[in-house]
Design a protein around this ligand. Structure first.
Ligand code: DAH
Length: 359
């Protein structure tokens, strides 16, 4: 074997052995670079006799061309290999779900709370909040229920141990103390809604010791019972998703309102297991309400000579039971995962009036 042939074989096996483009480039430099073995060979042509040059010249040039072609071929091969490896490693299984299905659901009470909040937000009400452990003063006294007033007995109150100064806290028996907090901290005009928890010593199929209420309060110089009626009608239409509703006013008594009115909603329960609103011969208790008592306004720092307004309050759990066909209030709080899966709502669908309340 001539020197040229063995040089060509050595370079070719180095080309084949190059595992990536970097290694191949090193082989190219060592053969065809300025000081590469083939370049050095070509330089020897200058010192040759014309005859010898005529013979060796073409041989050397062919060698250079063949090596150069082999390097290019190997380069293409390596690029293809690299691409295939990348394609294999970055493969995406488009049949997999893009995002895992959310596991949890929104509790029907939370859903209804959000629905009611969305409806009142649309009517221009702000959301106000208060604590579950409340001053006796805010839960009763400033709502015109002084100590020893008989109305206190109706509330079946959970009392918290007395504070060091002798004052008593209670688990709020209704959301009405949020009215007091709002009037003490804001100037009229006031327009708030306050959904939240309340507590009473009571437990059966329709009463739970912890339950939910919504409270509304509107105070300005001219607001009257007509505005209240319209507001409750709008609430019922949006909440029960019906075009038409009919409300009936019943005279009532609450120490914090004068006059006091309870509202019933016309409904049809003639088909067992079904209830429809806006028609029929039955009435469903909706909410207690009234014009805020001047004494309450005064005890909350608002001038009753100048300002007036209405307040209302109703049960959220009962509305959720009616709207979603849940027979027993206690099932709300049993944390039965199968029940929650059945009655729960999709966590990413937030109730809005234009997007739909109860998808
Ligand atoms: N707080 C009352 C209750 O729990 C409901 C209520 C009645 C709230 C009349 C009001 C109202 O704001 O004006 O039974």
């Amino acid at each position: 074997m001539t020197d040229i042939q063995s040089l060509e074989r050595d370079i070719e096996s180095a080309i084949t052995a190059a595992a990536d483009e970097g290694a191949l480039e090193q082989v190219r430099v060592s053969a065809l670079g300025k000081k590469g073995s083939i370049s050095e060979l070509l330089k020897t042509l200058g010192g040759m006799s014309p005859e010898e040059r005529k013979e060796k010249g073409p041989q050397f040039n062919t060698l250079r061309d063949r090596i150069s072609a082999a390097i290019t071929a190997r380069k293409t091969e390596l690029q293809e290999q690299a691409l295939n490896a990348r394609l294999a490693s970055e493969r995406i299984d488009v049949t997999l779900p893009a995002r895992p299905e959310p596991q949890g659901t929104v509790h029907p009470v939370s859903q209804v709370l959000d629905e009611i909040t969305a409806i009142f937000a649309d009517l221009g009400f702000a959301v106000a909040e208060g604590p579950d452990v409340e001053y006796d003063d805010y839960n009763f006294t400033r709502l015109n229920i002084p100590p020893d007033h008989p109305a206190r007995q109706m509330h079946d109150t959970f009392y918290v141990s007395p504070q060091r100064d002798g004052s008593r806290h209670v688990l709020r028996t209704h959301t009405s103390p949020v009215q007091v907090r709002t009037m003490l901290s804001q100037n009229p005009p006031i327009r708030i809604i306050s959904p939240g928890r309340a507590y009473r010593v009571d437990s059966d199929a329709t009463h739970s010791p912890m339950f939910h209420q919504f409270e509304g309060l509107v105070i300005d110089e001219v607001t009257n019972l007509g505005h209240l009626k319209w507001t409750l009608e709008e609430l019922c239409k949006a909440f029960f998703e019906v075009e038409k509703v009919e409300l009936r006013a019943r005279p009532s008594f609450f120490p914090f309102t004068e006059p006091s009115v309870e509202w019933d909603l016309r409904c049809d329960r003639s088909t067992p297991g079904k209830i429809t609103f806006g028609q029929g011969n039955d009435w469903l208790e909706l909410a207690g309400s009234g014009m805020v008592h001047p004494k309450v306004l005064a005890m909350c720092g608002i001038d009753p000579e100048k300002y007036q307004g209405y307040a209302f309050g109703g049960g959220i759990d009962r509305l959720a039971m009616l709207k979603y066909g849940i027979p027993d209030i206690r099932s709300f709080f049993e944390s039965d995962i199968r029940w929650l899966k059945h009655f729960g709502f999709a966590p990413l669908d937030i109730p809005t009036l234009d997007g739909g309340l109860s998808r």
